[in-house]
Design a protein around this ligand. Structure first.
Ligand code: FAD
Ligand code: SF4
Ligand code: SF4
Length: 477
C-alpha cells in the first residue's frame, strides 16, 4: 500500500465537490454538486485509514469494497478502482449521487466517529464511475453464451434493472414490462434532476438495451397484459413494481382548491425537463410558477417538492411538518440545501383542512412535543386554540406511499402479501408464495432506497439462476 498516500485525515480536511451557489442552482434542474478534479479525488480518497474492520462497508447495503477502491483512487489507479466498484454495484454513479450516505457508509466511517469528518465515500464513488464512462471503460454487457431460459421483469426501477443486468450477463433472455413511457422507475420520474441528472439514468438504460434486454414500455401488467400471460411466457417472473399509492391526503373542503399529490407534481416537472408536452404543467395545475406553495410532509419526497417549486419560480415555498427539525425523517443534508435555496420550514405544525370557508390555503394547528412513546420518539400534541390559516395557491401533499393491492388488481389469489400490503417474499432469495415468482425493491420492503432495490435485484438474479440450475458469476454483494 502507498502508505504515504493514505491515512491523511489528520492533515487533509474533508472537502465535498464544489456546490453551486443557491442563487444559480435554484434557476435550473442541473445537479448542485460538481465533480472532483483528479487530484482532489485522490487527496480525499487518501483520507481513509484503511480500517481492518471497515464499518463503512458493513453499513453499505451492497457491502461495497470501499477501502480498496479508495486506496486505488488515492494511488491514481482509477481503472482498477472502477473494476472493483462495479463488481458489487450495478449503478455506482447513481448511488454515489443519491444514497443518504450520512445514514449508511459515511455515517459509520471511523474517521467521522473520531471527529475528523467522514471520508467522502459517495462523491469518490460517483467520480470513479463518471470517469469510467468518460474514458470508455464501461463495457457493453456481454455473456459467455445465450441461454434458453427467459425471465419477465415487471417494473423498470433500480430493482428490476439490477436483476435484468445480472441475468443478461448470464445469457438469460430478459423482457422488462414497464407501464410508463420511459424506463427507470422513480430514478426517471420521481427523483428530480438536481439530485440525479436524467442522462445518467438514460445511458444505463441504453447500455441494458444494447446488451439485449428487451423493454416493453407503455405495458401495464394487469391492464394491457395479464399477470397470468406473463407467467405463461417466461420461466421465472420478478415483481419489481415499487409502491405508488399516495397515503391519505387531508380532506379538501367542498368545492375548494385541490391538493396535489407529490408524485404527480414531481413527474410533471421531470417530464417537462425531458422536453415532453405536459398539459397539466402548461395549464398551471402542476406548476408552482408565481404561486405561494405549501408542501405537507417532512420526508425526502417533501424536500424534492419544495426544491422543485423553488426552481419553477414560486413566490414563496413553505414546508409544514408536525414534529421538529431533529425528529424529521428527511435527510438533514437535503433540509440544509432547501433552506439555502429559500425554503421556509414551519416546524410543529399540523395541517388541517384545505380551502376552509373558501379561503386559499391550509388551516394549521400548532403542536408541541410531548412524552416519548414506546419507540422513544416524542409524541406531537395539539396546542389548543392555536389554529391559523397558512395562505397558499398550491398545496402539495407528500405523506408517503403504500403498495397497490396487487393480488386484487392482477386477479392472483395465490400471491401472498404482508399486513402492510407489500408482497411477501424471502429476504434472501426473494421467492414469493408462487413458484418461479420473485419480488424485490419497494414492493417487497415498502418505500425504501435505490441502493436496497439494487441489492434485492442482484440477489433475486442469483436465486433465479439457482432455479435454472446455474450459479451467477457475479456475487450479489
Ligand atoms: P420503482 O423505482 O418505483 O420502479 C417501479 C417501476 O415499476 C416503475 O417504473 C413503475 O412504473 C413500474 N410499474 C408499477 N406497476 C406496474 C405494472 N402493473 N406494470 C408495469 N410496470 C409497473 N432513494 C434513494 O436512495 N435516494 C433518494 O434520493 C431518493 N429520493 C426519492 C425521491 C422521491 C420523490 C421518491 C418517491 C423516492 C425516492 N427514493 C430515493 C426512493 C427510491 O426511488 C425507491 O426506493 C426506488 O426507486 C425503488 O426501486 P424499485 O425498483 O423497487 O421501484
Ligand atoms: Fe455508500 Fe451507497 Fe455507495 Fe454503499 S452504495 S458505498 S451506501 S454511497
Ligand atoms: Fe476508510 Fe472510513 Fe471505511 Fe475506515 S470506515 S475504511 S476510514 S472509509
Amino acid at each position: 500500500m502507498g502508505k504515504d498516500r493514505m491515512l491523511r485525515f489528520v492533515d487533509v480536511a474533508r472537502d465535498m465537490p464544489a456546490k453551486r451557489p443557491p442563487e444559480l442552482r435554484a434557476r435550473d434542474f442541473g445537479e448542485i454538486y460538481g465533480e472532483y478534479a483528479d487530484e482532489k479525488a485522490a487527496e480525499q480518497a487518501g483520507r481513509c485509514s484503511q480500517c481492518g474492520v471497515p464499518y463503512c462497508q458493513s453499513h453499505c447495503p451492497l457491502h461495497n469494497n470501499i477501502p480498496d477502491w479508495l486506496r486505488l483512487t488515492a494511488e491514481g489507479r482509477l481503472r482498477e478502482a472502477y473494476e472493483i466498484s462495479q463488481a458489487t454495484n450495478t449503478f455506482p454513479e447513481i448511488c454515489g449521487r443519491i444514497c443518504p450516505q450520512d445514514r449508511l457508509c459515511e455515517g459509520n466511517c471511523v474517521i467521522e466517529q473520531s471527529g475528523h469528518g467522514t471520508v467522502t465515500i459517495g462523491s469518490v464513488e460517483k467520480y470513479i464511475t463518471d470517469s469510467a464512462w468518460e474514458n470508455g471503460w464501461v463495457q457493453p454487457i456481454v455473456n459467455a453464451g445465450e441461454r434458453p431460459e427467459s425471465v419477465g421483469i415487471i417494473g423498470s426501477g433500480p430493482g428490476g434493472l439490477a436483476c435484468a443486468d445480472m441475468l443478461r450477463r448470464e445469457g438469460v433472455q430478459v423482457t422488462v414490462y414497464e407501464r410508463s413511457d420511459r424506463a427507470g422507475g422513480l430514478m426517471t420520474y420521481g427523483i428530480p434532476g438536481f439530485k440525479l441528472e436524467k442522462d445518467v439514468v438514460m445511458r444505463r438504460i441504453r447500455q441494458l438495451e444494447e446488451g439485449g434486454v428487451e423493454f416493453r414500455l407503455n405495458c401495464d401488467v394487469g391492464g394491457d397484459v395479464s399477470f397470468a400471460a406473463i407467467q405463461g411466457r417466461h420461466d421465472a417472473v420478478l415483481i419489481a413494481t415499487g409502491v405508488y399509492q399516495a397515503r391519505a391526503l387531508p380532506e379538501p373542503e367542498d368545492g375548494s382548491q385541490a391538493i396535489v399529490p407529490a408524485l404527480d407534481f414531481l413527474t410533471a416537472s421531470n417530464r417537462q425537463c425531458f422536453g415532453d408536452e405536459v398539459p397539466e404543467f402548461e395549464s398551471g395545475e402542476l406548476n408552482a410558477h408565481g404561486k405561494r406553495v405549501v408542501v405537507i410532509g417532512g420526508g425526502d419526497t417533501a424536500m424534492d417538492c419544495v426544491r422543485t417549486a423553488v426552481r419553477q419560480g414560486a413566490v414563496s415555498v413553505k414546508c409544514l411538518y408536525r414534529r421538529d427539525r431533529a425528529n424529521m425523517p428527511g435527510s438533514q443534508r437535503e433540509v440544509a440545501n432547501a433552506e439555502e435555496e429559500g425554503v421556509e420550514f414551519v416546524w410543529l405544525s399540523a395541517p388541517g383542512r384545505v380551502g376552509a370557508g373558501g379561503a386559499k390555503g391550509v388551516s394549521v394547528q400548532r403542536m408541541r412535543l410531548g412524552q416519548p412513546d414506546a419507540t422513544g420518539r416524542q409524541v406531537p400534541e395539539l396546542i389548543e386554540d392555536s389554529e391559523y390559516l397558512e395562505e397558499a395557491d398550491l398545496v402539495i401533499a407528500a405523506l408517503g406511499f403504500e403498495p397497490e393491492p396487487l393480488p386484487k388488481l392482477w386477479g392472483v389469489d395465490g400471491l401472498e402479501v404482508t399486513r402492510w400490503g407489500t408482497v411477501l417474499a424471502d429476504f434472501q432469495t426473494h421467492e414469493t408464495s408462487l413458484p418461479g415468482v420473485y419480488a424485490c425493491g419497494d414492493i417487497q420492503r415498502g418505500a425504501s432506497l435505490v441502493v436496497w432495490a439494487i441489492r434485492d435485484g442482484r440477489e433475486a438474479a442469483q436465486a433465479i439462476m439457482a432455479q435454472f440450475g446455474a450459479a451467477t458469476a457475479i456475487a450479489a454483494e
